[in-house]
Structure formats: C-alpha cells, structure tokens
Design a protein around this ligand. Sequence first.
Ligand code: GLN
Length: 486
Amino acid sequence: MKLHELTITQAHKLLKKNEISARELTRATLEHVGSIEGKIGAYITLLEDMAMTQAESADQAIAKGNCHPLTGIPIAVKDLICIKGQKTTCASRILENFISPYDATVIKNLKRAGAVFIGKTNMDEFAMGSSTENSSHKLTHNPWNPDRIPGGSSGGSAAAVGADMCISALGSDTGGSIRQPASHCGVVGMKPTYGRVSRFGLVAFASSLDQIGPITKDVMDCALMMNVISGYDKSDSTSVPEDVPDYTAALKNNIKGMIVGIPVEYHSVKGLDPEVSAAVNSAVKLIESLGAECIEVSLPNTEYVVATYYVIAPSEASSNLARYDGVKYGFRDGEKQNLLDMYCGTRSKGFGPEVQRRIIIGTYCLSSGYYDAYYGKASQVRTLIMEDFKKAFETCDVIFAPVAPTPAFKVGENIDDPLTMYLSDIFTLSANLAGIPGMSVPCGFSSEGMPIGLQVLGPHFAEEKLLNIAYAFEQATDFHKQRPEL
Ligand code: GLN
C-alpha cells in the first residue's frame, strides 16, 4: 500500500512505531496530489510549505513520545474554514484575496493534536449547491468518473479523500454538503448534532443549519476526527456544553437489539433511482442479519422539507452575506463613483448567479409584509419536522435512508435547472432543520460503477449510536475498501 492510501488508523500505527515519518507521509501525499490534481481539481489552495513545516513539528513531537492519533496526518480543509494567515475564498470572487486573521476553533483543535494541513478544498460558492459546479474557481471531478460531479458543496473535500489526495478532510453541512458528496465519492461523512462542533471561524451560510464535520476513508477515522473537533467553545454561543465521549469506544461492532427505523414516506419520493433504493434495501437486510430489528416509522412532513429549507437557508444567507459590501472584505468594484453604485457593482460582480439567486429569494422572504407568510411559516413547519423525528425516535434508535435520490450525475446535467438541483437534497435537508446528526457510509455501486451511500440519522447527540451501527455495517461489507482507478 502506498503511503497516501493509508487511513488515519494505519498511518498512526506506522508513525508511532517510527516506521514512517510525518515528513515522508506529507511528501508522498503532496506528490500524489501533484500527479492527479489536474484530473480531479480538488484544491483551491495548496499549503505545501506550511504542511512540510507542520510535518517537521509532528516528527519532533513523535520523537518526544507525543503521538496523538492525528499527529502528522495530512488533512484537507474546505475553503470556508479559516486557517490563520491563509486564504479563505469560499470559492467566491468576492473573497478571492481574503486572508484569515485567525484560526477557526476546529483548526486550533487539530493543530493542538499535531495535524498537518495539506490545502483548502474546492466547494460551491459560499456552500450553496449540490455539485461543486457553483465554484468561481474551477470544476471538481468525481474520482470514480471524471465526467460526473463529486457532489457538493464539500465536493473538493470528498473528492480529495476519495482520490487519496489527503488522509481525511473537513467539510461543512448546511443541508447535506458533507453527506451527499461523501456518498457520491464512496467515502464516509458525518454531520454532527447542531452545537456539537464549534462554528467559530466557519464562514456563515445559514447559521441555524451550518455544522462542520469530518469526511474520512472509514468509520474509525470519522470517530478519531470527531474526538478532536467536538466540544464546547465559548466563542460560539450555539455550541453546547456537553462532554465529548471517546467516539472510538462507541465502535463495538455489536448492534444486537438496536432498532432501525425506515421512513415510509421515503419510498414514494419522486425520482428515487431504483439502484439507490436497492442498495439501501440490501443494507437494511444486512443490518437485520447482524442483529438489529428494522421497523417502519413515519416522517409525515417529508413533502415540505425542500420548501422549508429553501426559505430558511436563503433567508439566513441573505442576512449573513450582507457584510460583503466591498468596504470591509475582499473584492471591490472600484470603477463606481458613488457608494450605492459601488455596493451594487461589488455584489453583482463579486457573487456568482446561485448566490445572487439565494440573496434575492432570502431578502424577499424576510421583507416586511412577506415575513410571516414565508420565513414565519417555514419556521413553524420546521418545528413540525423536528417533532416528526422526535416521535420517530421514541420507537427506534436510528433511521436508515438514502443520502441522495441518484448516484452522482453528469457535469452540467442540472446546472441550468436550480429546482431539480434543490429537489436532489430531499433526503439530507431534514437533519439540518431538526439539528440532528447524520452520516453517510458507502453501501454499494450503481451499474455504471458510481458509489452509493447509506444515510444513518439519530437523535440529538447520538453520534455514538450512528458510529457504532455504521461501523458494524462497514465491518460486514467492503464497499469502503474499493478505490477508484486513477
Ligand atoms: N445543497 C444544499 C444547498 O444548496 C445544501 C448545501 C450545504 O449543505 N452547504 O443549499
């Protein structure tokens, strides 16, 4: 096995025994990135110099006997999470030269653990999208087939993990942006409970929905990343002061007696690909054979999920993105003479079409006279969606569902059809609206060889249950071990 192909767990063992150095591991990963970045397009910025310096410090720490599981591990970071002194572009022209003045809390935590940052990954502009085609920077291609999208908005991070261009990555998930690209690239992704991981230093899209989470090669690595990034942070007023368990201890590979709910409404979702449905059904059968009991549950408000999200997320986005006015941050349209023209010029040249579309929808939904009919109503429906889950989790431990209705679609296939693109988020949006954790684990391949993910959802702070059942599933299958031919 080549060094860049290792998981965190495997690399850690070798680092600890001094069989490899962090410098070798980082160099091998950077060389592999150099050889296939032209084909995949996973990164916006490569941080070679910083990575090598961090790898050297990691080697020194290891020599002193300080080898945390993440010490010396090459990690990629979605380009909306701040690393001090480095660019954070959000794949937007408006921030193309913005340098972060501080570290996000997750970055501070990872630095403390000795991780190495390889680069900042491509994404949909301001995390708005499901295909990474909304990046102002470039396209990212799916490692399993370059004609297909990698998913989005954390498409760069998922493609980087899927193509072994880093050992693990950070993404953010506002409506599925960790789970869906993980599913499309055949890797593991987790959106933690809202408040589990600090959002300090994450550029805001929709603040009541955003969460940072890991994208990894397997479930054990996901647990290792969660151990480091989770926890209360006084800099984020929405972070929750709950103790962080050792998530690796939850991977017991024993799920006897666990109850898995299957939402009846999900069978009748229009556009659900029969191959996705078949892969999820086989996962249900397998999990039963491992000792879990599967029952039907109902999430009656499923049909309102997309409409609710696409009122709430753009509303919050329109407010969060008001700060990019050409005065305080990044790009400014300098040709304009007066203030109003400068604002208009900056925002119409600085933001891409999807971001502008969301700002217009959000501003409309929040405007006086329409607020109650749209934002107010959507907030009420959001409560009903939360209650659906609360009720369902009275009878089951976790819920199994598809991640996306289809495997990764072709580059360009949906780009001119925002509504079809929005509808493809049907299975992932509800976890963000309800604030519950969700993850994606590889559960099959389509007849065209594209990966399919299984989504596992659980009650608030039930990450351990999710990881345990996902681990049991992974131990009984080998989908996660298959790698694309590059
Ligand atoms: N695809 C969804 C959207 O476009 C979710 C994006 C996300 O999770 N950041 O808003």
